[in-house]
Design a protein around this ligand. Sequence first.
Ligand code: ZN
Length: 451
Amino acid sequence: MEEGGLGIRRIEDWNKAATGVHFWDIAIKKDSLWVKWIHGRFIKSKTIWEIAPRALSTVIWKRIIASREWIKTKVKYIIYKGTEVNICSDPWLEGECLNYHFGGRLALLFSLPKDTKLNWLNTNGVWVKPRRWLNELDDLWETINQIEIGGHQPDELVWGPSKFGILSLSETWKEVHCRTIKKSWTNWVWQHPQIPKHLFTLWLACLNKLSSLARLFQKNLVAPPTSVLCAAYPESNHHLFFQCSFSTQVWGSVLSKVGIQRPQISSVTSEIDWLELTFKVEVLKTIFHVLIATSRWHIWLECNRKIFKRKTTLKDAFVSLILRDSRIKINQCALKAVISSELDRMRRGLDIQLLELSLQSQEVRWETPQRDWTKANTDGYLSDDRAGYGLLLRDHLGNLIMAEAAHTRRNSINFLELLAIEQSMKLATYLGTQNLWVENDSKVAIHWLTQ
Ligand SMILES: [Zn+2]
């Protein structure tokens, strides 16, 4: 998502990442029945680092073994006593096994049994050169001497790219998939509630992928186009939304309707920066986001209407259309009002409804539920950088049965309130509760559940 896409993963890369996890489980001898079976059935006295698949082995087994080539470049052995690492066939030497260099010659030369461990070369944390060592292997000995050893723990295989040395599916995914540059606007595009077709057009506009005449021109399918809306300048996505006299006038009118005066802005990133600097309250950001997406959608629609239907809309009617669609969406969002002069101006200009906050204090008492009932008090929360929910389950005496609080992905506050209620129901079911009384402070959530 952060690279500007829709979060859809290439199945080929995903398979490669998942196979890598299987390989890792086998390499670290994870305590699972499947890993034990693999070792007993296929690997036996060898290691996963040296075993070769047979011609008739299954495809998945061949794939798991093939992961070795890229995994061995990312792993590292931390050697303490040297009692876990196979001297010839584990890749402890800068990601390589001794067998890769010498075939089986080293084992033959020193008459080493197959399962000889690395402590054959070290004693009490010091490398000790074996007798009968060959002069031609002195370079190898130099390399070995530089590897730090010592300590009393078992040797460890660690995943180099991860901070904690542990490999997981997300870690292998990071390694195998082809990354492109992060886009600064991705979170901003997706984080607000929006009419889906408006959101989709906004996303394509940010990606510069709207199917405009400019894109057809890039593919040599049409002559160099001039702007459909102003007929004065060469067309491009950037011109359409930030330079075209028609769109800048329309966007200026929309902004002045909601009481915003500011100089013209020339790119999506500057628009986001301005928005983040100017509005500190989430509800203002959401309203502005709806206005941007709705305007972009209507400008794009107007462009197409002009090309395909040869019709144009008068500017005032066009601005009214944008304001009408924005109003419908904002009213659907059931946003909570806050004390802000900017918000007051927006409310007047757009004629939107927000959930009012009562400023009068009111005493509220917590009441115990009836006998044989459990009461759940739930709440969702959303701040500028965090989101989550909390809940308490109590019995008819007011005794706490269970409590839970968790951070979640950012979403609308109503979603988080509903999530808190759902979680309280799940926990109550898990506890075998027959009668549950749920309390929540969100009128919208209660309305959605009870209507
Ligand atoms: Zn233009």
